[in-house]
Design a binder for this molecule. Structure first.
Ligand code: NDP
Ligand code: 8X3
Length: 249
């Protein structure tokens, strides 16, 4: 196996599970995130020949550029970009939400994602690689308190489909993955550190796991090169749809 995956958000949740899955299958992995000690733990567990740690904040364009410049020779030919780093911040309705939270989501989920994608596109085109962008069911179904998070993920989904159009004929594959409820650090981050709220949300719900998502991403990346999954929405069996709300006078 002579392939390299560039995985953002590899310190936790989907990204860490994906780093482990791809490394186990013999891929080289560029593992990104801010928590350098967690990236080092991945290197220690999976081997420096398999994993390169790139610690930077995806919102910092200069730090991103430096990390790309500093990639070792064996990790420069990117075959898969997994745009996974992202977050929700807050659950309050828009009229009560924090503008700082909104800006953090836009900077991370949108601006950083397009910045990194633009930087790696020449390599991906050269190598007829693949892009998997992690969106969300929140891109497709509005819910109270979803506001900018849902909007940012709708951007990710639509950007992915438009990338597909622009990359027509290059052989580069693009997928938008739209998961529903999965237990990771997502809700602890969303609630600014409320572990009890996170535990309560997932209790008894049999949510998807990070390993479920990683396996799906690995499947997408391992399909024959003439196949493209455009968008893939997934949920745990325990989750489905609810109706519209009605305000009564
Ligand atoms: P986690 O909180 O477990 O992981 C998020 C990852 O994103 C971490 O590795 C974190 O790294 C990284 N990250 C966040 N902000 C930054 C930043 N500014 N710079 C660099 N890295 C950053 O959550 P998930 O694994 O669940 O989330 C992964 C993706 O999946 C997100 O885009 C999320 O929106 C999406 N998603 C999650 C669902 C869920 O139910 N869990 C469902 C649908 C989509 P670090 O903090 O070390 O920088
Ligand atoms: C995460 C799923 O429903 O919390 O993207 O928005 S949800």
């Amino acid at each position: 196996m002579d392939k390299t995956a560039f995985i953002t958000g590899a310190t936790s949740g989907f990204g860490r599970a994906a780093a482990e899955r791809f490394a186990a299958a013999g891929w080289r992995v560029v593992a990104c995130g801010r928590r350098a000690e967690r990236l080092q733990a991945l290197v220690d567990a999976l081997g420096a020949e398999r994993v390169h740690a790139a610690a930077f904040d995806v919102r910092d364009a200069a730090a991103m550029a430096s990390a790309l410049d500093a990639l070792p020779a064996g990790f420069r030919g990117i075959d898969l970009l997994l745009n996974n780093a992202g977050l929700a911040q807050g659950t309050r309705p828009a009229q009560e939400a924090s503008l700082d939270d909104w800006r953090t989501m836009i900077d991370t989920n949108i601006t950083a994602l397009v910045t990194l994608t633009r930087a790696l596109l020449p390599t991906l085109v050269e190598r007829r690689g693949a892009i998997v962008n992690v969106s969300s069911t929140a891109a497709n179904y509005p819910y109270t308190g979803g506001n900018v998070y849902g909007g940012s993920k709708a951007f990710v989904s639509q950007f992915s489909l438009n990338l597909r159009a622009d990359l027509h004929g290059t052989g580069v594959r693009v997928t938008t993955l739209e998961p529903g409820m999965a237990e990771t650090e997502f809700t602890v981050v969303r609630t600014h550190g409320d572990q009890a709220a996170s535990d309560a949300l997932y209790a008894g719900a049999q949510p998807m796991t990070a390993a479920d998502i990683a396996e799906t991403i690995f499947w997408i990346a391992s399909l024959p090169p003439h196949l493209n999954v455009n968008r893939l929405e997934m949920m745990p069996v325990s989750q489905s749809f609810a109706g519209f709300q009605v305000a009564r006078a």
